[in-house]
Design a protein around this ligand. Structure first.
Ligand code: XIL
Length: 418
């Protein structure tokens, strides 16, 4: 596609299709990234990543179950490969994630693992300290707690009981969360802040991008954390669908609500990262042109909303190409949710860009808000740049002497009670 721009008698031919997402995003201060499982397999995967993205995150390799193989053992091989790939290319590297109710190591999820509340906090601190120390200087922002609020706006994810087993959180169970106002969340952030004060700390969740009960609960969590200086970024996963509605509330796409929610989150002083973007559509029956156009417009609108909100700094898709996406395996009958399809061409080969890609490219080209060049490589943030950090007993984290046996927790208050 060629655009003719006529200005002061000069004719400038802009070859829009030659501008990669990375080039455009760099100039607009946006981190455009992708979740990857293993760069280098196939080689085309690397080529596309190098050309199109200035950000990267491990799809699975940095999760609790992948990293902490035993109560005293850690395995970093898979995560190192991806993180080092990103660092070597000056990418914005996201860490994903520390505390989640899924993909736990088997020693932790085992019903015979029942440590006391105190021991749980000690283990949590050991885990966070070890992993943050291992990656020191390489990770820009890190999802500390993932999906603490349950789906369908029911409430905080409980320790046991309310849902199918895999919806409950063992972290909530072991810390007796309901009786202690979910202080495991605050504590995880406090341990992380203390382990590495240069990393931006993120609370990450889904189905809270627009307005609604779950979004309000997430807002309350991050505003409480922010007032203690413990969180820097809200991570909005953005697993959306467009087209005929499905049962359940997951992924409803209401763009006007996003604008409103982004505004109130930005007003808290938080950065906003879109962390796991994909826009799924029905694949059976095969999508028609109208549905594909709706999906393309969805991507374009989401990027436009991010670009229009100065606090929104990152737009990460959850995968690179459709064949490696988690969507078909998790949402039966849905797929083709990403920016690239599965065919490759050229030398070196690259994945084929889809309409969704062109939608994102159009949004980037259309913005007049050039926020300045994205700084290459790591942007380390000194502790002083944060608001003062306090532990959950109100002590200033930066001056309180480090005591390896100290367990951070708070007394029962009505804060966060839902
Ligand atoms: C998914 C991965 O993509 C899959 O490969 C894995 O089997 C399950 O987890 N929210 C998250 C991500 O925070 O970690 C999930 O990733 C998708 C939903």
């Amino acid at each position: 596609m060629k655009h003719l721009l006529i200005s002061l008698g000069l004719v400038v031919v802009a070859q829009t299709s030659a501008q990669t997402l990375k080039t455009l995003a760099d100039a607009r201060g946006i981190h455009i990234g992708a979740a990857v499982t293993f760069p280098g397999s196939p080689a085309v995967y690397d080529t596309t990543l190098n050309r199109e993205f200035n950000g990267i995150v491990c799809e699975n390799a940095m999760k609790f179950g992948s990293i902490m193989t035993g109560e005293n053992s850690f395995s970093y091989t898979g995560a190192d490969a991806i993180v080092n790939f990103g660092v070597a290319r000056g990418m914005f590297v996201r860490g994903h994630n520390f505390l989640w109710h899924k993909q736990m190591p088997s020693w932790f999820s085992s019903t015979s693992y029942t440590p006391s509340r105190d021991s749980t906090f000690r283990m949590m601190k050991k885990y966070i300290n070890a992993v943050m120390t291992h990656f020191k200087g390489k990770i820009n922002e890190w999802d500390i707690v993932n999906e603490a609020v349950a789906r369908d706006s029911v409430g905080m994810r409980p320790g046991t009981g309310a849902f199918a087993a895999d919806q409950n959180s063992k972290w909530a169970l072991l810390t007796d969360a309901a009786n202690h106002n979910y202080d495991y969340i605050d504590s995880a952030f406090a341990y992380a802040r203390r382990a590495d004060s240069t990393v931006l700390l993120v609370y990450n969740d889904y189905d809270c991008e627009g307005m609604g009960k779950k979004s309000n609960m997430v807002y309350n969590i991050v505003s409480g954390l922010k007032s203690k200086g413990l969180v820097d970024v809200i991570g909005l996963q953005c697993h959306f669908y467009v087209g005929p509605s499905t049962s359940g509330s997951n992924g409803a796409w209401v763009p006007s609500e996003l604008v409103t929610n982004f505004q109130r989150l930005a007003a808290l002083g938080l950065r906003i990262s879109l962390t796991e973007v994909d826009v799924r559509i029905q694949t059976s029956p095969a999508p028609d042109a109208a549905l594909l156009a709706l999906q393309r417009d969805g991507y374009k609108t989401l990027m436009s909303i991010c670009l229009a909100q100065p606090a929104c700094k990152s737009f990460f898709t959850w995968g690179v190409n459709d064949a490696q996406s988690w969507v078909p395996g998790s949402f039966s009958g849905y797929g083709v949710a990403l920016l690239f399809d599965n065919t490759s061409s050229g030398s070196p080969a690259t994945f084929t860009r889809k309409g969704t890609y062109l939608g994102v490219q159009e949004a980037l080209l259309a913005t007049t808000n050039l926020r300045g060049l994205r700084a290459n490589g790591l942007r380390l943030i000194p502790l002083d740049a944060h608001s003062r950090g306090f532990d959950l007993r109100g002590r200033n984290l930066s001056v309180f002497p480090y005591n390896p046996n100290f367990v951070i927790r708070k007394s029962i208050t009505s804060q966060h009670k839902q």
